[in-house]
Ligand binder design. Structure first.
Ligand code: SF4
Ligand code: SF4
Length: 115
C-alpha cells in the first residue's frame, strides 16, 4: 500500500494545482493554520475510498459523509455543512477526482510491488 506521503504527493500534483485555494503550482494559499479537509482528514479519506469498488460515485460519497464529514468539526448535528453549501470545501469540491487519484496511486503501488 502507498504511504501517506505518496498519497499526499499524488493529490498535490493533481488536486492542489487546480484548487481555487492554491497558487496554481501545487502550493496552498491557505495559511498554515487554515482548514483544508483533504489535508486534515487524509487517512480517513484514503480508508473510506479504499473500502469501495464501484463505477458509481454514489457509494464513495456515502462513505465520505459517514466516515469523514460525520467526524468533521464543520458539520452540524443535523448533517449540514456551511463550507459544503458554499462550495468552500476542497475535499467536497474535487471529490470525484480525489477518488480517481487515490485509486490510481494504490494501483500503481500494487503493480510496483508485484514486479
Ligand atoms: S486548500 Fe487543500 S486542496 Fe486546495 S491547494 Fe490547499 S491543500 Fe490543496
Ligand atoms: S464537506 Fe463539510 S463536513 Fe465534509 S469534510 Fe468538508 S468541511 Fe467537513
Amino acid at each position: 500500500m502507498p504511504t501517506r506521503e505518496e498519497y499526499w504527493e499524488a493529490l498535490q500534483a493533481r488536486i492542489c494545482v487546480r484548487c481555487l485555494d492554491g497558487s496554481g503550482d501545487g502550493n496552498c494559499r491557505i495559511a498554515g493554520d487554515g482548514f483544508c479537509a483533504m489535508k486534515e482528514y487524509l487517512p480517513a479519506i484514503v480508508d473510506a475510498i479504499n473500502s469501495v469498488y464501484s463505477h458509481s460515485i454514489v457509494p464513495y460519497e456515502e462513505q465520505l459523509r459517514k466516515h469523514v464529514c460525520g467526524s468533521c468539526t464543520h458539520q452540524s448535528a443535523n448533517g449540514n455543512c456551511s463550507l459544503r453549501d458554499e462550495v468552500d470545501c476542497a475535499l467536497d469540491r474535487y471529490f470525484p477526482l480525489i477518488v480517481e487519484v487515490i485509486e490510481e496511486t494504490r494501483k500503481r503501488s500494487h503493480i510496483a510491488a508485484s514486479r
